[in-house]
Ligand binder design. Structure first.
Ligand SMILES: C[S@@+](CC[C@H](N)C(=O)[O-])C[C@H]1O[C@@H](n2cnc3c(N)ncnc32)[C@H](O)[C@@H]1O
Length: 187
C-alpha cells in the first residue's frame, strides 16, 4: 500500500488506527529485537496495519515458525493477504479474540506477541481485555511487545503482567516507546 493510501485510511478511522504514518524501520527493528526467533514456533502480531512490522518479522523468522497477524481494517487485511508467505496467517478479527483463533488453528501457545494496537485511543475496557487475553494466551516466560507514542497507558502492562520495561526509539515520527512485559505467572 502506498504511503498516501495508508494516510487516507488512517484519516477515515483515526481512533482505531491511532496514527497517520507507519512505524519506522527503527521501531520495527526495536520491536523484533526482543523476539528470540531461534526458540519461537508461534508468533502473534496485533494491529498489523498494511504489514510494515509483519515483513520485518517474516524476514527474521525460521522456516517452521508460524505468524498469526490480527487486523480489523479490511483494506489493510487485503494488503496483508497479498503477502506471499505460507508461514503467515492473516486474521481479520479483533485481537481480543486471539485465544479462539489460536485454538481453532491448533497452533500451540504463542512465544511472543508483537502489538501496534493504539490503546491510547481505544476504550479502556477493550484495551485491558486485549492485554489480559494476550497474557493468558502466551507461553510462560513469553513476552508481550508493544509500541506507543506516550507512556499514558504504561500502568496497564504493570497491572496485567506485573512488570514492564520501556525502550525509547527517537528515530520515528513521532518518537516512540517500545514496552516489553514478560508472562511470569498465570494470574
Ligand atoms: C498504529 S496502526 C499500526 C500499523 C502497523 N503495524 C505499523 O506499525 O505501522 C494500528 C493498527 O491496529 C489496528 N487495530 C485497532 N484495533 C484493533 C483490534 N481490536 N484488533 C486488531 N487490530 C486492531 C488498526 O486497524 C491499525 O491498523
Amino acid at each position: 500500500m502506498k504511503r498516501i493510501q495508508f494516510f487516507r485510511e488512517s484519516i477515515k478511522n483515526i481512533k482505531e488506527i491511532g496514527t497517520i504514518t507507519r512505524s519506522s524501520k527503527f521501531v520495527c527493528k526495536e520491536m523484533i529485537n526482543h523476539v528470540d526467533f531461534a526458540k519461537s514456533k508461534v508468533l502473534v502480531e496485533l494491529g498489523a496495519g498494511d504489514g510494515v512490522i509483519t515483513k520485518h518479522i517474516l524476514k527474521a523468522m525460521g522456516p517452521n515458525t508460524k505468524l498469526l497477524s490480527f487486523e480489523v481494517n479490511s483494506a489493510f487485511c487485503d494488503v496483508m493477504r497479498a503477502i506471499d508467505d505460507d508461514r503467515l496467517i492473516v486474521v481479520e478479527d479483533s485481537a481480543e479474540h486471539l485465544q479462539k483463533h489460536v485454538d481453532e488453528l491448533n497452533m500451540g501457545q504463542p512465544d511472543f506477541i508483537i502489538s501496534a494496537i493504539p490503546f491510547v485511543s481505544l476504550p479502556e475496557e477493550l484495551s485491558y481485555s486485549i492485554v489480559r487475553n494476550s497474557k493468558k494466551a502466551l507461553k510462560m516466560n513469553g513476552k508481550y511487545i508493544q509500541i506507543h507514542y506516550s507512556l499514558l497507558v504504561k500502568k496497564m502492562y504493570k497491572t496485567v503482567f506485573g512488570n514492564v520495561d520501556v525502550n525509547f526509539v527517537p528515530l520515528n515520527i513521532p518518537p516512540a516507546f517500545v514496552l516489553v512485559s514478560e508472562k511470569r505467572d498465570e494470574d
